[in-house]
Design a binder for this molecule. Structure first.
Ligand code: NAD
Length: 246
């Protein structure tokens, strides 16, 4: 098993891609601490499914955009699990709209939940990973953070910010054995994308050379690679997972 006895902290893992990442890492022997905005039924189901895999698991309710809560959760996880070897910054939202009509609220919400959250958790695990002289940080960016997308100026900017945050983290912490990378999924079938109108989803699929959406499990496999020692000399990179869309 690739992650036997290690501990991962994953934000927003109650459903979707985060949940798939949690299950994929747990199947490799990794203990899982994860957050979501509240401990609703879906989140508790995910927690139960992870526990059935025989690893240590705990779900925490926290707003990833809150700096103080991130510090507190990281402290609690360190205390309860003994270590944090892997951080996955996954929590994210969309508040789409054309620039002409985009409100300050739409902009601020997306930047806070997507970008500030990644800073909050990366900042909070930094002293722990530096002291341990090891660690892997993986953040969910997006192909639109590389290419831009009409109607998603806020989301694309937040994801471009994540890429720069990971590249900078890799350069600052490399000498301490800590790696930081981003993955850039294209169009992945989750609740987030199910919310889009059918014709928009069809037009995405048409533009993808592989002619299908990706699955959360296909994103999780790449995160597993980056989280594990399989990628021990890979840092400061962005890996697209997009069926050749980018
Ligand atoms: P999703 O909406 O299905 O899941 C997101 C999870 O994050 C939910 O469980 C939600 O409750 C949680 N969350 C939201 N705000 C939070 C907050 N403030 N604090 C803590 N948790 C919070 O979305 P998904 O499709 O699984 O996306 C996961 C990540 O992957 C996001 O960062 C998203 O931007 C990124 N991504 C998704 C796609 C896609 O096509 N689905 C493509 C590229 C990137």
């Amino acid at each position: 098993m690739l992650l036997q006895g290690k501990t991962a902290l994953i934000t927003g893992a109650g459903r979707g891609i985060g949940r798939a990442i949690a299950l994929c890492l747990a199947k490799e022997g990794c203990n899982i601490a994860f957050t979501d905005i509240s401990l609703n039924e879906q989140v508790l189901d995910t927690e139960a499914e992870l526990k059935a895999l025989g690893v240590q698991v705990k779900a925490y309710a926290a707003d990833a955009a809150c700096f103080e809560q991130a510090e507190a959760i990281v402290g609690q996880v360190k205390e309860e699990f003994g270590a944090i070897d892997i951080l996955v910054n996954n929590a994210g939202i969309t508040r789409d709209g054309l620039l002409l009509r985009m409100s300050e609220q739409q902009w601020d919400d997306v930047i806070r939940v997507n970008l500030k959250s990644a800073f909050n958790y990366t900042r909070a695990v930094t002293p722990i990973m530096m002291r341990a002289r090891k660690g892997s940080i993986v953040s969910l960016a997006s192909v639109v953070g590389i290419a831009g997308n009409p109607g998603q100026a806020n989301y694309a900017a937040s994801k471009a910010g994540i890429i720069a945050l990971m590249k900078s983290t890799a350069k600052e912490l490399g000498a301490r054995g800590v790696r930081a990378n981003a993955v850039a999924p294209g169009y992945i079938d989750t609740d987030m994308t199910q919310a889009l109108p059918q014709e928009v989803r069809d037009s995405f699929v048409e533009r993808i050379p592989m002619h299908r959406a990706g699955t959360p499990e296909e994103v999780a496999q790449v995160v597993l690679f980056l989280a594990s020692d399989m990628s021990s000399y890979v840092s400061g990179q962005v890996i697209p997972i997009d069926g050749a869309m980018g």
